[in-house]
Design a protein around this ligand. Structure first.
Ligand SMILES: [Zn+2]
Length: 235
């Protein structure tokens, strides 16, 4: 219970931190050395960047994280936070190579999301069922290799029973070089509240302070149904 309280207390702080990170990214219009892109080493164009207000989308947050090192000057707009101010544009730089890199990133992201629409939906449904505490139903969405012995079934039943609530906060295609037509891997960010069973192999079955990140493999089984085939704590 203590950790839950802590998380609730930390939520506003985390929100502020993400905003600060965002502002840091938005501040990229500050003049870099002689207008040279630090990533591509080429001369950038000095332009008017549109100033955009409002809460960034999930993709924009992700883009901020990835973009910092891959395409810091790839956008013709800047995010200026949730508070709307009169400023409509700001002088800044744009790098033609960053624009290309960003477009490639967005295209490949869309492509992987398109390919994995069905498996992502099944993944989210699995956690919705776990959250509804219907353990039997949840186990129907697990690959047989995970539950093909009485011992494995018993362990998973106890594990799933210990999960009081669980919600998917974010799903991203991951390790796409290892994907097969019938096997997709995702990096999943979850908020989980788990009871500590006295006989759990590790405390709270390894679910720690939120958010919890898991690498989840989905497999298409012989009934052409996407099922959970692996839940790992690392890539
Ligand atoms: Zn660049």
């Amino acid at each position: 219970m203590k950790s839950i309280k802590w998380i609730v207390m930390m939520l506003p702080v985390m929100f502020l931190l993400s905003l600060t990170a965002m502002m840091g990214y938005a501040g990229k219009d500050a003049a870099p050395d002689k207008g040279i892109c630090p990533v591509h080493g080429i001369k950038m164009k000095s332009v008017n960047l549109r100033v955009v207000y409002g809460m960034p989308s999930q993709r924009e947050f992700e883009e901020m994280r990835v973009g910092k090192s891959l395409f810091p000057y790839g956008r013709d707009y800047m995010l200026a936070g949730c508070v709307v101010k009169p400023e409509k544009s700001r002088r800044g730089y744009i790098c033609s190579e960053c624009v290309k890199a960003r477009q490639t990133w967005i295209t490949s992201k869309d492509r992987w999301n398109e390919i994995s629409k069905a498996s992502q939906a099944s993944l989210e449904e699995f956690f919705a069922v776990v959250n509804s505490r219907d353990v039997d139903e949840a186990m129907k969405s697990m690959a047989s290799a995970m539950i093909n012995t009485p011992a494995k079934r018993r362990e998973w039943r106890k594990h799933l029973n210990a999960i009081r609530s669980i919600h998917v906060l974010r799903v991203e295609p991951a390790n796409t070089d290892q994907w097969r037509n019938n096997r997709h891997i995702f990096k999943v960010t979850l908020e989980a509240h788990v009871a500590n069973a006295p006989d759990a192999p590790i405390p709270f079955y390894g679910w720690q302070d939120n958010p919890n990140v898991r690498w989840i493999t989905m497999e298409l089984n012989s009934n052409r149904r996407w099922v959970v085939a692996n839940i790992a704590t690392g890539p």
